[in-house]
Every structure is written in structure tokens, then in C-alpha cells.
Design a protein around this ligand. Sequence first.
Ligand code: ZN
Length: 175
Amino acid sequence: MAALDILIYPDPRLRRVATPVVAFDAEIKRIVNDMATTMYEAPGIGLASIQVGIRHSIIVIDVSQELQDLKVLINPEILESEGEQTVEEGCLSFPGYFARVNRAEWIRFRAHNEHGECYEAEADGLYAVCIQHEIDHLSGKLFTDYLSRLKRQRVSRQFEKAARNRQRELARQAG
Ligand code: ZN
């Protein structure tokens, strides 16, 4: 099991759209394991394949206190949603940044597990927020897309500047 590199905003690959998994083979199981390792090491409560540069439609989530309740959602889709909640969200692709976003309070969804079995389940509270946040990633959508234009511009500039500084530092080390 290897930890994968997490793409940091404004990496353009975060805008890619995932493609459905059709063959549930050993490679998919390996990707799920690597994504889980990456999420727990980060540490985070959710990770979408698009965030680690993988196009297959895969999400891993663990919102339990003990971090021993891994949820695997492959080709997930929301079937029904109800209510509203606003939670301060973070994202492994925006380290250190948090913002309040409106989401549905309750959802019913369908997904496959890593063995290719299709299941339907309900989620509410933080788990529901997390699923909605991660499913957005699979269509190239980011939680900052929900913010006002002013806030969005501010966070974009902040992360673009940090990316330029990282590149300068790499160039300095190389030279
Ligand atoms: Zn995220």
C-alpha cells in the first residue's frame, strides 16, 4: 500500500471529470487501498480519485471517531436528497483552508464497493456532507465553487501565490 500525491489547487487536473469503473479487478482494489492509505496518512475524512490524479470514479470516506469504518463508493450517484445543513468544510486539495457550504442534510445514494457489488444506502450529518463534497470532485467541482465571487477570488489568489512560491523553491533547490 502506497500513499499517493494529493493534487493541490490550482492544479488543473482537479477539474477533470471521472469515468465510471467497468472492470472491478485487482487494479481497482489496489487503487482503493492506496487511496485509503493516503486519506488516513493526510489525515483526512474523505478523498476522491480525481484528487490523486486517477480518472476512475472512486471515493473513500471514514467519518468515524476511531477511523476504523472505511466506506468505499465506486461510481456513486445521489438518488434523493432532503433538508439543508451548513458545515465548515475543509479539503485535502486546499490545505489549511476552511469554508461554510450549504448541503443537503440527508441523502440516499447508490454505489459499488471494491468487489463490484452494487448497494444503496442513506447518509445524514457529516457523512452526507462528505459524500456530497467528494461526489463533486468526481465531476471537477470544488467546494470553493459555492462561495461568493469575492471569497473565491481571495482563496484562488492565496493558493496561486503559494503554488508560485513552491515552484520558486523547487527551482532554487535545482539551481
Ligand atoms: Zn475535497
